[in-house]
Design a protein around this ligand. Structure first.
Ligand SMILES: [Zn+2]
Length: 238
């Protein structure tokens, strides 16, 4: 709970809130890589014992998933950055065209944060004299004009997080002998899901028990369904 006020007040980027968000996204990305790749390779293992088929399916799943995550993240962060830039441009225009109204607005915003009207006015004047756009960006929009999220960084982080997660089931199904591969994969995946469930709950200040249970149940269900489907297809000789 100690982080909560920081999220609100830390208007500029690069603060604790931003770092926590990145960490949370990384854990969720890795979790996604574990579950989707595990479902894929366990399904193929239900149909065939061929190591080449398992490797092909697992590696394709890893690459397709990580690139899809990266592309999705790139698109979403790009849109967010576009709208932040548009908001900054509008703020710049307003500061040029109606500086008095903008000063009054900044004064009100500072007063709403607990400053007395006189102190708020004084602070608003000083902030405006120093860097009016930055002051409005931080206080009014909650963004740091020099630290907008880079879409390429976000895409790279998603790619990496998914890949790290996906490597676990891929290696667990490909490396052990055929007789042990299924159980080694299932057990290591469930262990990893305990870890990511615990970690994401901790990062979100949520109770860890239910989060771990839901996470493990979701992964177990995914593997059970794809294994069932793979076994049926394999038995049918497809
Ligand atoms: Zn403004």
């Amino acid at each position: 709970m100690t982080e909560a006020p920081v999220h609100e007040d830390e208007a500029h980027g690069g603060g604790l809130g931003t770092r926590l968000n990145w960490l949370r996204a990384a854990v969720l990305g890795a979790n996604d890589g574990v579950v989707s790749t595990a479902g894929l390779v366990v399904g193929v293992a239900g149909a065939t014992e061929s190591r080449a088929a398992l490797l092909t399916a697992g590696l394709s799943g890893l690459l397709a998933g990580s690139m899809s995550m990266a592309a999705g993240e790139y698109v979403s962060v790009s849109s967010q950055r576009d709208s932040e830039r548009a908001a900054l441009a509008q703020e710049k225009r307003e500061l040029r065209e109606q500086p008095e109204a903008e000063l009054a607005e900044l004064t009100d915003l500072l007063a709403a944060r607990g400053l007395s009207p006189e102190v708020a006015r004084e602070a608003a004047e000083q902030l405006t004299a120093r860097d009016a756009l930055r002051a409005h960006a931080r206080v009014e929009l909650g963004i740091d004009p020099d630290d907008l999220t880079n879409p390429w960084h976000a895409a790279g982080a998603s790619f990496l997080a998914f890949t790290v997660g996906a490597l676990l089931p891929l290696l667990a199904i490909v490396l052990p002998p055929a007789s042990a591969r299924l159980w080694i994969t299932v057990l290591s995946v469930l262990a990893a899901l305990v870890l990511t469930g615990w970690w994401s709950a901790r990062l979100g200040d949520a109770p860890t028990g239910p989060a771990i249970l839901r996470n493990v149940a979701g992964g177990a269900l995914a593997m059970a369904v794809t294994y069932g489907a793979g076994t049926l297809l394999g038995a049918a000789g497809v």
